[in-house]
Design a protein. Structure first.
Length: 111
C-alpha cells in the first residue's frame, strides 16, 4: 500500500506543479484569468457541487478563440490533460487496492 499512496501523491504533485508553473503563467500572459473564472458557474466538475463563484473584475471582454491556434496553448492543454489522467488512474489503482485489502480483511474475519 505505501507504494500506491506514493504513486498517487506523485501524480497529484505533478498535476499541481504543472498547473502552477505552466498553465497559470501561460494564461496570465495570454488570456484574461478573471474573465475565465467568471464563466465557471457549475462548480467543480464531477462533484455535483455548484457553489456560487466569486465575481472578479474583468474589464473589457477578451476574445480567447485565438488560443485554439496557438501550439503552445495546445501543448499546455495536452500536458494538463495527461496529468489529470495520470492522477485519475493513480486514484483508481489506489481504490482497487483498498477494496482488495478490505475484501481480504473480511475474508480473514469470516474464516
Amino acid at each position: 500500500m505505501p507504494s500506491r499512496y506514493d504513486s498517487t501523491t506523485r501524480a497529484e504533485v505533478n498535476d499541481r506543479d504543472t498547473t502552477v508553473n505552466v498553465v497559470i503563467p501561460y494564461l496570465n500572459t495570454h488570456a484574461s484569468l478573471s474573465q475565465i473564472a467568471n464563466t465557471m458557474s457549475k462548480g467543480r466538475p464531477g462533484t455535483g457541487l455548484a457553489p456560487t463563484p466569486p465575481v472578479y473584475p474583468a474589464g473589457e471582454p477578451q476574445d480567447h478563440t485565438g488560443l485554439l491556434g496557438d501550439p503552445e496553448f495546445l501543448g499546455t492543454l495536452v500536458q494538463e490533460h495527461w496529468n489529470h489522467l495520470e492522477a485519475r488512474t493513480a486514484y483508481e489503482v489506489l481504490k482497487a487496492a483498498l477494496e482488495n485489502g478490505v475484501r481480504l480483511i473480511d475474508q480473514e474475519l469470516n474464516d
